[in-house]
Design a protein around this ligand. Structure first.
Ligand SMILES: Cc1cc2nc3c(=O)[nH]c(=O)nc-3n(C[C@H](O)[C@H](O)[C@H](O)COP(=O)(O)OP(=O)(O)OC[C@H]3O[C@@H](n4cnc5c(N)ncnc54)[C@H](O)[C@@H]3O)c2cc1C
Length: 421
């Protein structure tokens, strides 16, 4: 009987999983494996808690189908090869990914598999359209979103794979212990519930409400997509005619294909256009703590501290404030986001930070968001600010956006830089 080891990475689902489908087609016995690579920069508490839930849920789903999720700790390549050799596996399956870490893992896996005469098979599962599948005539990736969106919209998406009814694991494998979880809401089961609710409700209002800061009317599926608890192909297919929403999934693919072509995106300017960066540790510390004296900025940053999430509009405002008003380098802000976001994602985080900072794929690199105008527009009654900035909770209405106009509020700082109308 043939055996395949399926190395799960961030495709933690049974529905529409190309790796699982390929492993089952290439062998009668499948060893689903996840390797906890502890000490990685990626492994911050907010994400490891969510990941623990994802793994527990995946194990449950695999067990219900006769299989299991084998957990190992250590280097993913060494552990995969060790298990493949112990089980006399002929095949290892893994999903391709775009970060430098993932590419290096795949290269090392390919070398180790070749050394041990194991066949390595790779699949695409990270985006709707695989990175590199569409590219302009004169280059390997799209540098600007709109032409990418046109090309992306013209592609035929693959069909979704069905969920396997049965998975056969070789006998006698030690499944290993799950990391401790504490109910952070991760995992395919919860993700699919969130997706169903979203498709049946909120998505219809997305074009009108996606920027409604207090309304919190976006899908909140970013962490599910990041960990692959949801298939982006399935979500995009089901979202169908809701173009405004599908376009956001295309933005996700856009940053994936930029990162695939420029894996230094999280550390190096994509377009080194700016020399005016300022080293200001005090301003950076105030920004991180949500103590800038600009209520709309502080509300966003405090949402991040409290929830490990921030509304997209607030992400844009706080990033613009740091990089265009304080002139602090975008990597400082991106690192802070990456430390806290449950959906923290190399491609999306770096791609968006560079877009805002004017060093990335923006066609208008000098764009600045005026925090006051944006506050009145997207939080017209001040509810978002009052929710996250308790020092201002008793200030009624939109007056909350300019506390300096009524002499300030006890315990709330004055603005770090002079307000502009
Ligand atoms: C400075 C900054 C940093 C960001 N960092 C991240 C990050 O680390 N991880 C992350 O997933 N998103 C990031 N985003 C993009 C976006 O803010 C989040 O994806 C979104 O807020 C998640 O909420 P949602 O799932 O309710 O989004 P929805 O509005 O419901 O959008 C649906 C999905 O589309 C994708 N999407 C939406 N907006 C964008 C965008 N601008 N770029 C790429 N994909 C998008 C996401 O996968 C999202 O889940 C960042 C944006 C900015 C401005």
């Amino acid at each position: 009987m043939r055996t395949a080891v399926l190395l799960f990475t961030r495709d933690l689902r049974l529905h529409d999983n190309p790796g699982l489908d390929l492993a089952r087609r290439s062998a009668e016995r499948v060893v689903p494996l996840f390797v906890l690579h502890e000490g990685l920069r990626f492994a911050v508490p907010n994400r490891t808690r969510f990941l623990s839930d994802c793994l527990a849920d995946l194990r449950d789903g695999l067990r219900r189908r006769g299989g299991d999720l084998v957990i190992r700790r250590g280097d993913p390549v060494e552990e995969t090869i060790r298990l493949a050799r112990d089980q006399h596996a002929q095949t290892v399956v893994v999903a391709r990914d775009v970060s430098r870490y993932a590419k290096r893992r795949e290269e090392r896996l390919a070398a180790a598999c070749a050394e041990h005469r194991i066949s390595l098979r790779t699949v695409d599962s990270v985006g709707v359209v695989p990175p590199g599948a569409v590219h302009p005539a004169n280059g390997d990736h799209y540098k600007v979103f709109t032409p990418y969106w046109r090309a992306w919209s013209d592609t035929q998406w693959r069909d979704c794979h069905t969920v396997p009814r049965k998975i056969t694991l070789p006998d006698g494998i030690d499944a290993g212990s799950l990391p401790a979880g504490d109910g952070a809401g991760g995992g395919e089961t919860m993700a699919r519930r969130r997706m169903s609710r979203w498709l049946a409700g909120g998505i219809a209002d997305y074009p009108n409400r996606h920027d409604d800061l207090p309304g919190d009317a976006t899908s909140r599926l970013s962490a599910d997509l990041h960990f692959g608890c949801l298939s982006p192909v399935e979500l995009a297919t089901k979202a169908g005619a809701h173009e405004a929403y599908v376009r956001q999934l295309c933005w996700r693919d856009f940053h994936l294909q930029v990162t695939a072509a420029f894996p230094d995106l999280p550390t190096r300017d994509y377009r080194p256009r700016r020399q005016d960066w300022v080293d200001d540790p005090d301003a950076l510390a105030a920004w991180r703590a949500g103590q800038t004296g600009y209520p709309i900025i502080d509300a966003g940053l405090r949402q991040l501290l409290a929830e490990g999430f921030m509304h997209n509009r607030a992400r844009m405002l706080v990033a613009s404030f740091l990089t265009k008003q304080l002139n602090v380098h975008w990597t400082a802000g991106a690192n802070h986001f990456f430390d806290l976001l449950v959906d923290g994602d190399i491609a999306n985080n770096a791609g968006n930070w560079q877009w805002i900072a004017g060093t990335g794929n923006d066609t208008r690199p000098n764009r600045q968001f005026n925090p006051l105008r944006q506050a009145y527009r997207f939080d017209p009654d001040g509810d978002y600010v009052r929710r996250y900035v308790p020092e201002l909770a008793s200030v009624p209405g939109a007056a909350v956006h300019e506390p300096w106009k009524f002499g300030g509020s006890p315990g709330y700082p004055s603005p770090l830089v002079a307000p502009r109308a």
